[in-house]
Design a protein around this ligand. Structure first.
Ligand code: NAD
Ligand code: TYD
Length: 384
């Protein structure tokens, strides 16, 4: 049926987006549905604790979006998708993505992030191959591409100065970043050994709507609304380079359609901030928004002592993360010069948009934290 549709309209492009029910993947689905016509998106997602179909509820009303529940490591599932749909682009967002969880339980990170990536590459290679050249290298159907969504964490940690370039040696420190590095190297191996058409993007820390509240910014927002302490690891001096998620989505779209085959592109917006600055800014912004618009105060959870209590005294410095990377900072000159990408959302605007979204979408937060979240929080933060 789907192949018939494809035959009817050759202009339709088929996108397989893995991990499309997670934070960045879901934002990318929304971006693509807005930015392009003549597309069909197939989201493959295992719906782990980090994936939530509710995030795509409105989008799934659109005929252009199809959801398949399944594991990227499962070749039966990935083969079936390629049999059913004439996939043109595969963008791999699916991953175990939280550093703290990778410290508690590394194995699933290697399983999903490395073996899952390898299975996706293998499936795409099989279905995209249309012949062999005289040296035995596969020849691929015109226009197909695999894009690996990677992270700046593969470069390891910086001191006070310097930036990550695409040529910076890979030097990961956490089980999460080591597994993402393993995935990047497998992608490189398929590009070299099988001449697969691939790109890799390495982005800095994202923030924005639909971010699961185990990560710094949404966790701090959630705790402020609940009147809980705000846990800052170590002395709060660690630096991250924050990018609004929509800007990341636009960069991926650009690399997918215009990026030179085989290239790696770093994505980041020169927006370095210490964690303590982020936490203080989040406190001040919530308080200001609630003072300006009193109806937001209704979002405070029962028993909350009120907005007078929302101040820096909520901060508590807790035991540092093991192997905590000190500083990440991206130099995005390659993607800017080659593809004309520039971040569009200034941090001061992006953080207000993000916090406003959380104040107005507490139902989403409650839905995604209704499962194992309380146990996770206890295990990670009680007695820390
Ligand atoms: P996320 O944890 O919010 O979402 C991951 C998604 O992948 C979830 O929907 C989950 O259900 C799905 N998933 C997990 N294991 C799966 C499996 N085995 N099979 C199928 N689906 C599976 O992560 P995110 O923050 O949206 O990150 C997306 C990608 O971007 C990841 O590859 C991550 O490494 C990368 N990245 C993230 C950031 C960031 O700041 N969040 C920055 C740079 C790169
Ligand atoms: P996080 O959002 O987990 O992203 P990443 O580890 O991939 O950069 O953390 C961002 C920074 O915030 C990182 O330096 C760890 C720190 N952090 C805290 O201080 N407290 C917290 O509760 C969390 C989750 C993170």
């Amino acid at each position: 049926m789907q192949n018939e549709l494809y035959m009817e309209n050759k202009n339709i492009k088929y996108y397989l987006l893995t991990g499309g029910a997670g934070f960045i993947g879901a934002n990318f689905v929304k971006h693509m549905l807005k930015a392009h016509s003549d597309i069909k998106i197939i989201v493959l997602d295992a719906l782990t604790y980090a994936g939530n179909l509710g995030t795509l509820k409105e989008d799934l009303k659109n005929d252009s979006l199809i959801f398949v529940k399944g594991d990227i490591c499962d070749s039966k599932v990935t083969n079936k998708i390629f049999e059913d749909y004439n996939i043109d682009y595969l963008v791999n967002f699916a991953a175990e993505s939280h550093v703290d969880r990778s410290i508690e339980n590394p194995q699933i990170f290697l399983q999903t992030n490395i073996l899952g990536t390898q299975n996706l590459l293998d499936t795409a290679k099989k279905f995209w191959t249309v012949g062999k050249d005289e040296n035995g290298y596969p020849i691929y159907r015109d226009g197909v591409k695999y894009l690996q969504v990677s992270t700046d964490e593969v470069y390891g940690s910086l001191g006070d100065t310097g930036y990550f370039l695409e040529t910076t040696p890979l030097d990961p420190n956490s089980p999460y970043s080591a597994s993402k590095t393993g995935a990047d190297l497998i992608v490189k191996a398929y590009a070299e050994t099988f001449k697969m058409p691939v790109n890799t993007t390495r982005c800095s820390n994202n923030y924005g709507p639909y971010h699961f509240p185990e990560k710094l910014i949404p966790l701090i927002i959630k705790n402020i609304l609940e009147g809980k302490k705000l846990p800052v690891y170590g002395d709060g001096s660690n630096v991250r380079d924050w990018l609004y998620v929509e800007d990341h989505c636009k960069a991926i779209d650009l690399v997918l359609h215009k990026g030179r085959i085989g290239e790696i592109y770093n994505v980041g917006g020169h927006n370095e901030k210490q964690n303590i600055e982020i936490v203080k800014l989040t406190i001040a912004t919530i308080r200001r928004l609630m003072e300006q618009n009193h109806s937001y105060q209704q979002v405070l959870k029962p028993g909350h002592p009120g907005i007078g209590f929302i101040n820096d005294d909520m901060i508590t410095f807790v035991k540092d993360r093991l192997g905590h990377d000190q500083r990440y900072a991206i130099d995005p000159q390659k993607i800017s010069k080659e593809l004309g990408w520039l971040p569009e959302t200034k941090f001061e605007d992006g953080i207000v948009k993000t916090i406003t979204w959380y104040l107005e979408n507490q139902g989403w937060v409650e839905e995604v934290t209704s499962g194992d979240y309380q146990n996770y929080y206890k295990q990670m933060y009680e007695n820390r």
